[in-house]
Design a protein. Structure first.
Length: 315
């Protein structure tokens, strides 16, 4: 074995062991210097980025107001300078009232795709009642809140993916039909709203360097390919795996991220078959990247710093 190979192996080993997973006691929550929380909201997404004392940028709200409220309560969040709604499916927006409950929410930002109309009407009514201004995320937008900053990578109204929706395999058809039959909907594959999800390339300043995160909503392969073509450097320390770990992923997109930890936000026993075992394997990659899942791990918090990145789990 040459010195070069040994050096490479040491780098690979360091990359793998650089993230420890700790089952934290609930008396010490959230862990100090927390960066990102993936809330345990069942089948859906709700994420929080620590932006200051008692303050977080919230991305999506999950389907259940009580679960969203509980997650932010245990994190100690009273102020939300920005609530980003990646798209208008129920599993991302129906928890909005739980985020608003007892908190100061300054602004709500959404995708430019007003679909499904029911979700748009709900969000519009909640924002109006609470007197919260709304805005639309745009590619190229750069925002900053305390140590958290990001670029919006998607949706790009000038570069809508032209590929047809992915067909559902036989094993998914039952779930797909159920999703379409349900007025709450929102889980089917090949969905326009999924592919219009707001995608954020986030940088969090920590004491020994930046931590990068890629937050992907429910984008599917057409959007994943378009984002990768426009942004070849998608490398991130933390990946929120698209669409609850659905089977439909562009392997090149996931490989380009090369994360130190992947997070799948998903509900146990969901009718969509999320997450797909293939996607869980893909997210783990050849380096054995930890893949944390809200259905098994509960609330997931990434904390620490660039050189000492850790994950804590709370059921
Ligand atoms: Zn979803």
């Amino acid at each position: 074995m040459t010195a070069g190979v040994v050096a490479l192996l040491l780098v690979l080993i360091a990359a793998v062991v650089a993230l420890y997973v700790i089952r934290s006691r609930t008396t010490n929550w959230p862990p100090p210097n927390w960066i990102l929380a993936a809330c345990d909201v069942g089948q859906g997404d709700a994420l929080a980025l620590a932006a200051g004392p008692a303050e977080a940028v919230v991305i999506d709200t999950g389907p259940d107001p009580a679960k969203a409220d509980h997650c932010l309560t245990v994190l100690g969040i009273h102020k939300v300078p920005l609530l980003v709604l990646t798209h208008f499916h129920a599993d991302h927006v129906d928890g909005v009232p739980g985020v608003l409950k007892g908190r100061t929410v300054t602004e709500i930002e959404t995708t430019n795709d007003p679909d499904p109309p029911r979700g748009v009407a709900e969000v519009t009514a909640w924002a109006r009642t609470a007197g919260i201004p709304t805005s639309v995320a745009a590619v190229g937008e750069h925002r900053r809140f305390g140590p958290v900053s990001w670029d919006v990578l998607w949706p790009d109204p000038d570069a809508s993916p032209s590929a047809p929706p992915e067909p559902a395999p036989k094993s998914h058809r039952r779930g797909r039909r159920q999703a379409r039959a349900s007025p709450r909907g929102g889980g089917e594959e090949g969905s326009g709203p999924n592919n219009s999800s707001v995608v954020l390339q986030v940088t969090v300043a920590t004491r020994d360097g930046p931590v990068r995160l890629l937050l992907t909503g429910d984008i599917e392969p057409p959007s994943q390919a378009a984002i990768l073509a426009a942004h070849p450097d998608l490398a991130a320390d933390v990946l929120k795996v698209p669409h609850h770990g659905s089977k439909y992923q562009d392997p090149d997109f996931l490989r380009a991220v090369r994360p130190r930890v992947s997070i799948i936000s998903v509900g146990a026993g969901n009718v969509y078959g999320h997450p797909s075992p293939d996607t869980v394997r893909l997210a783990g990659g050849s380096a054995g990247t930890p893949v944390l899942r809200t259905d098994r791990d509960g609330q997931i918090v990434i904390y620490g710093s660039a050189r000492n990145l850790r994950a804590a789990l709370r059921r």
